[in-house]
Design a protein around this ligand. Structure first.
Ligand code: GLN
Length: 293
């Protein structure tokens, strides 16, 4: 029996019963298999699949039923209007994290306006725990290469760094990013100073991280697990960021809604000023900006 795009769309809630978005998942998977944009499917839902295409689709829905997100099946996730390649070595970029990219862009503009820069074209940013590179790449995508922003991106995972490097090459080829495999800012010796430091570190309490992964989402525990209270990595990163920032420079960090207040307190204790918390689209405290005096 011949099966059409529409047939698969109709039966998607049965094919992917645990998915909150079966129809969308179906369209993303079909887009990949048919090599068409999702918009094409709407006008071609009577298109019939070949037997190999149907077999490929069924293999994908079987993987989806294990809990694996569509992004890991297609190998792509849109973030900040850009198409990022993702593997299971990196977290899937989340909409909440777009707030960090937006605030980073605002901070760079503010820093440049205030004249905190050592001459035009020498602003330096670092993205710590870069993963797919989604934060630093999104930020750079809004500045022309002539701005001369120098960026460094680091991650403890060599496989993550490779993914980030490939994303940068494809999405912001004209920009200069140094990719570094290393833990937090341990690699920054002899110390270079940065004007802006960004990070979405692992901040989920170990117990919660393990619970989250029980649904088969397949994200790297390393990227989520922030120790017993979720603050182990943040506690180490804050003094390193303070030591690596130029005076007047900004540190922007994503946190959990459950440890945002404590992170803000740690930042103040470490001597940061103007500690400001920003809430995400769901109204949760998500990003903190702090300034080095
Ligand atoms: N909550 C975010 C995610 O699931 C980030 C988690 C983290 O520890 N950085 O992607």
């Amino acid at each position: 029996m011949q099966v059409s795009v529409r047939d698969l769309q109709r039966r998607s809630p049965r094919d992917m019963p645990d998915s909150p978005t079966p129809r969308l998942d179906c369209d993303c998977l079909l887009g990949m298999i048919l090599h068409k944009p999702r918009s094409w499917l709407a006008a071609h839902d009577d298109e019939l699949l070949t037997a190999p295409q149907l077999a490929a689709y069924e293999a994908c829905t079987a993987r989806r039923r294990t809990g694996l997100p569509v992004a890991y099946i297609t190998g792509h996730k849109e973030f900040f209007g850009l198409d990022f390649a993702v593997t299971q070595d990196v977290l899937i970029p989340k909409p909440d994290t777009e707030l960090l990219a937006e605030q980073a862009i605002a901070a760079i503009s503010e820093y440049t306006r205030r004249g905190g820069v050592r001459g035009a074209g020498s602003i330096r940013i670092a993205d710590i725990c870069t993963g797919s590179g989604c934060i630093v790449i999104s930020v750079l995508s809004r500045f022309s290469a002539q701005c001369g922003i120098k960026a460094a991106a680091s991650d403890i995972s060599p496989a993550a760094i490779e993914t980030a490097r490939q994303n940068a090459r494809r999405l912001v080829p004209q920009h200069d990013i140094a990719f570094i495999t290393g833990s937090l800012l341990d690699w920054n010796e002899p110390r270079q100073t940065f004007d802006i430091i960004l990070s979405n570190p692992p901040y989920v309490p170990s117990h919660t991280a393990r619970q989250l992964l029980a649904d088969g989402r397949g994200e790297p525990l390393l990227a989520l697990d922030g120790g017993t209270d979720g603050l182990t990595v943040i506690r180490k990163l804050i003094p390193q960021a303070a030591a690596s920032l130029a005076g007047g420079g900004f540190f922007l960090i994503e946190t959990g809604e459950y440890n945002s207040a404590e992170t803000a307190a740690l930042l103040s204790q470490a001597g940061f000023i103007s500690v400001t918390t920003y809430t995400d689209l769901g109204g949760m405290p998500r990003v903190i900006r702090a300034q080095k005096p």
